[in-house]
Ligand binder design. Structure first.
Ligand code: ATP
Ligand code: MG
Length: 569
């Protein structure tokens, strides 16, 4: 490939809306261009990288017996009605009608379509287990598309689905998938963690995420510094708080004036008490109506854990407007005493004495609040966020670390959720009909490539791992119009392609400095500089993008060593 012939529209400046490095660099390196919010065109260089990720995924899926299929991106509403998700999925599902007024959606995921295929085409236990996968475009009308193709609305996903007759077989495939995922992300040169995860709207009851550690990530994970416990923070368990014995004196309830002191900081500073003396009351909206969640003043409430404790379908923080309108209470002074809502409290709150809460009255708080005497709590459970340094629940000595990361893959055991609702049944060896047990497994292709940039870049640009690089080597002739240089460059180019090294030849008439800059921005692992001075001595110069190291190799004899140098990077 000659540089002058391939569309690589590099830019000096990053787009104004780009917040994260990978988005900036993908646009600057001419890999992607935005067409509409969260919708991108992938240009030649970008596509070369995405194809690399896809190929690695394909190889590893095939390795564990996955069979590739290609399902439609447009899906009929009827299938989604059968699973119950047509109503449940919400606004991320892009719905539309065809000319005959029939309803469709653009698939955000493919459980319904694949379950339909399996129920129509698999009848007997003899045909199971089976794993089917595809690499395909999804559409999710994300609330906040951002970060380029990392959180797009249209994006490419590898999604796999497995079908089984027993739990045991499901777990076996799940574990093979987990291993294949680890292989995939390792081959992509990523540093990642497999963490326990919540299963979200996909459903099911057992799930892990593969999270690439990066400060720009939208997810947080908690992991132990001593054992192998690692979990999405949404799910990271807090250790049971130590028992506290009742203090000698239990105060009575008392109203105190806290004029214009609304936040935890303001109230605790004003009353000169530590934050952990306060009980925080947070109101959520659910399909069961409004509920109140209680955590200690110095803790954050965890909506995912709360949702589990409440046992509701959905849960979102209630707006100030809704709170004032529905229960007529002043935000900033909310408290659990006498509130007419179901109350769910964190374990720590149940061990608090003489605490302080809002009084459900403007400019007023209550002191001397006793959990068992004054509060009518429906359920107590672990509903707080863990913090860095908390003790690990799984081992005696470990402390939790909390780090940001990017979720690149997600695996679930779905159980019978879809097979029961959609009647995907098989005949067992007794001739009895039974629902098929399912697993599902996703990887974001573009997000994986973007995550690789987040982990591998410097001020000059991208530093591709060799496995994902759009080209592994770029030849930089000092002066392409010089005959000696021209013929040497072409010889290297031809030899390298023959040796299987995808090579770009920078045939442009620009200064060498400008060519270097572009090569560095594009992140090509190896630059090969061809100049007269070195050629005179029978040498060419190799410069490595990652380490910045240079070395001279003899020309043409040592060109054959280049694949080995690359494979050692
Ligand atoms: P997130 O929590 O980031 O929205 P998700 O839990 O909705 O992800 P899944 O439904 O499990 O994601 O999808 C499988 C994979 O698809 C994810 O692990 C991620 O790599 C990728 N993915 C999901 N949403 C997007 C998106 N909007 N843009 C790019 N990739 C995505
Ligand atoms: Mg999502």
């Amino acid at each position: 490939m000659y540089y002058s012939k391939i569309l690589i529209p590099t830019l000096k400046d990053s787009p104004a809306d780009a917040e994260v490095t990978s988005h900036k660099l993908m646009v600057r390196a001419g890999m992607i261009r935005q067409v509409a919010a969260g919708i991108y065109s992938i240009l030649p260089l970008g596509l070369r990288v995405l194809r690399k990720v896809e190929q690695i995924i394909r190889e590893e899926m095939d390795q564990i017996g996955g069979q590739e299929v290609f399902l439609p991106s447009i899906q009929p509403a009827e299938l989604w009605a059968e699973s119950g998700r047509w109503d449940f999925y919400g606004k991320e599902l892009l719905r539309f009608k065809d000319r005959n007024n029939r309803e469709f959606c653009y698939g955000p995921t493919h459980e319904e379509v694949i379950t339909d295929i399996v129920r129509c085409n698999i009848k007997s236990y003899r045909q199971l287990p089976i794993t089917l996968y595809q690499i395909q475009t999804k559409f999710r009308d994300e609330v906040r598309p951002r970060f380029g193709i990392m959180r797009g609305r249209e994006f490419t996903m590898k999604d796999a689905y497995s079908f089984h007759t027993t739990e045991e077989s499901t777990r076996e495939t799940y574990s093979n998938m987990a291993n294949a995922y680890s292989q995939i992300f390792e081959r992509c040169g990523l540093s990642f963690k497999m963490v326990e995860a919540d299963s979200g709207t996909i459903g099911g009851n057992f799930s892990h995420e593969f999270v690439v550690l990066a400060n720009s990530g939208e997810d947080s994970i908690g992991f132990c510094d001593s054992c192998d416990y690692a979990s999405n923070i949404e799910k990271t368990e807090a250790k049971n708080p130590p028992e506290v014995s009742e203090p000698a004196s239990l105060e009575d309830l008392m109203e105190v004036a806290t004029p214009q002191k609304k936040t935890i900081e303001e109230v605790t500073q004003f009353l000169r008490v530590p934050q952990k003396k306060l009980i925080k009351t947070i109101i959520f909206e659910t399909e069961q109506g409004l509920i109140a969640g209680l955590v200690r003043g110095d803790r954050g409430i965890n909506p995912i854990k709360l949702k589990k404790l409440v046992n509701c379908e959905w849960l979102i923080p209630a707006s100030e407007e809704l709170i004032t309108k529905t229960i007529g209470l002043p935000c900033g002074y909310l408290g659990p005493v006498g509130i007419k809502l179901n109350i769910f409290a964190d374990k720590e709150v149940s061990l608090m004495f003489n605490s302080i809460t809002g009084a459900n009255k403007l400019d007023t708080h209550l002191t001397g609040v006793q959990f068992s005497r004054d509060l009518n709590v429906k359920k107590v459970g672990d509903i707080r966020n863990v913090n860095e340094g908390d003790s690990c629940v799984k081992c005696d000595s470990g402390k939790l670390k909390v780090k940001k990361g990017i979720e690149v893959g997600h695996i679930f055991i779905l159980g019978k959720k879809y097979s029961e609702s959609m009647q995907a049944l098989y005949l067992d060896n007794q001739g009895k009909e039974k629902p098929i047990i399912m697993g599902c497994y996703g990887i974001g292709v573009g997000r994986t490539a973007a995550a690789a940039i987040e982990q591998n870049n410097d001020e000059k640009g991208i530093i591709w791992p060799v496995s994902l690089a759009p080209f592994q080597a770029v030849i930089l002739p000092v002066n392409f119009s010089d005959n000696t240089i021209y013929s040497a460059a072409k010889k290297i180019y031809k030899t390298l392609w023959k040796l299987g090294v995808e090579t770009l030849l920078d045939d442009r008439s620009d200064r060498l400095g400008a060519k270097f800059k572009d090569a560095e921005l594009l992140g090509i692992p190896m630059q090969i500089v061809v100049g007269l001075k070195n050629l005179d001595e029978g040498k060419i110069e190799i410069k490595l993008r990652k380490s910045g190291d240079s070395l001279l190799i003899s020309f043409p004899e040592e060109i054959k060593n280049i694949p080995k140098i690359l494979s050692n990077l």
